[in-house]
Design a protein around this ligand. Structure first.
Ligand code: PBG
Ligand code: ZN
Length: 328
């Protein structure tokens, strides 16, 4: 027929699966999990329906369930009992994340355990590291003292058995400093998944409720990237690659597909973090009957894959694994 008929020929219903350019599989998804030192049982998170802050007891059960549904990696966030200026419970070998890692490694040994390396859940300011007075008299995140803190946190996670540490503080020199500290401590095999393109996004709101990690004063705009800056995100990612990152992350995901496509060219594995706000928007609209949750979630994740992400960190991980098994 006419050549212009070709496009719809490719879309004949029975042939559709044959020509799908991208597929979603559960083993491409990483499930974020919260573990709360003060919880004896799972505590629901109001702004993230379907998600809870786990206790040390329930985290292993949840991890086993994820594994059974086909998910092969989790990313742990800790909610400590004590916050202070030095974030001291963040690098405590008996801290909540370290304990959770040990339990998971023991009870679900084939699950890949990633840990978020940051201080905002552990500082009394809610800032991502050590705060001090800058030249103009304002309080600011201090780069180099915070690097030492991140080295301690990462090494304590690796010592507990984390497979992958994921530093998310956006300090200069973060990846190089952590790589050196891990190597010095004998953890050459621990990977670094760097939050390289982490934007100062409004979409982290539900997470900050979940992890009670909001800033008590100020914001994160002096270290997270301005959402207007794609070129800067690429440079930041290239620096992290040069410093020895094993995986580069883009966060948030959906509104930053151009950044994912760009970072793809650095030829390292790319992970995209579909953040709490992206999840909450779909969930909330679905609860009102305004969106088909399963279809919207699937479309959002396939689009992130199409842009070039190898891995997706998503709060839909468990549901999506089930939907895919049902033939979504
Ligand atoms: C810690 C961290 C944050 C997220 C992941 N790691 C919060 C932040 O930077 O405020 C956000 C994740 C989400 O919104 O799902 N720095
Ligand atoms: Zn932080």
């Amino acid at each position: 027929m006419y050549p212009e008929r070709r496009m719809r020929r490719l879309r004949r219903r029975r042939l559709l699966p044959l020509f799908a350019e991208h597929h979603l599989r559960p083993d491409q998804l990483i499930a974020p999990l919260f573990v709360d030192e003060g919880a004896d049982a799972p505590v629901p998170i109001p702004s993230m329906p379907g998600h809870v802050r786990h206790s040390l007891g329930s985290i292993t059960i949840a991890t086993q369930q994820l594994f059974d549904s086909g998910i092969r990696a989790v990313l742990l966030f800790g909610v400590p009992l004590i916050k202070d200026a030095e974030a001291s419970s963040a690098f405590d070998d008996t801290g909540v994340v370290q304990s959770a890692v040990r339990r998971i490694r023991e009870s679900v040994p084939d699950m890949v355990v990633c840990t978020d390396v940051c201080a905002c859940e552990y500082t009394d300011t809610g800032q991502c590291g050590i705060v001090g007075t800058s030249a103009d008299g304002s309080l600011e995140l201090q780069n180099d003292p915070s690097l030492v803190l991140m080295q301690r946190i990462a090494v304590s996670h690796a010592r507990a058995g984390a497979d992958i540490v994921a530093p998310s503080c956006m300090l200069d020199g973060m990846v190089g400093a952590i790589r050196a500290a891990l190597d010095d401590a004998g953890h050459q095999e621990t990977l670094i998944m760097a939050y390289s393109s982490k934007f100062a996004s409004a979409l982290y709101g539900p997470f900050r409720d979940a992890a009670s990690s909001g800033c008590t004063s100020g914001d994160r705009t002096t270290y997270q990237i301005n959402p207007a800056n794609g070129r800067e995100a690429f440079v930041e990612s290239a620096l992290d690659a040069a410093e020895g990152a094993d995986v580069l992350m883009v966060k948030p995901a959906g509104p930053y597909l151009d950044v994912i496509a760009r970072v793809r060219h650095l030829d390292l594995p790319v992970a995209a973090y579909q953040v709490s706000g992206e999840y909450a928007m779909i969930r909330a609209a679905a609860e009102r009957g305004w969106l088909d949750e399963r279809a919207a979630a699937l479309e959002s994740l396939v689009a992130i894959r199409r842009a070039g992400a190898d891995l997706i960190i998503t709060y839909f991980a468990q549901d999506m694994a089930r939907w895919l098994a049902e033939g979504a």
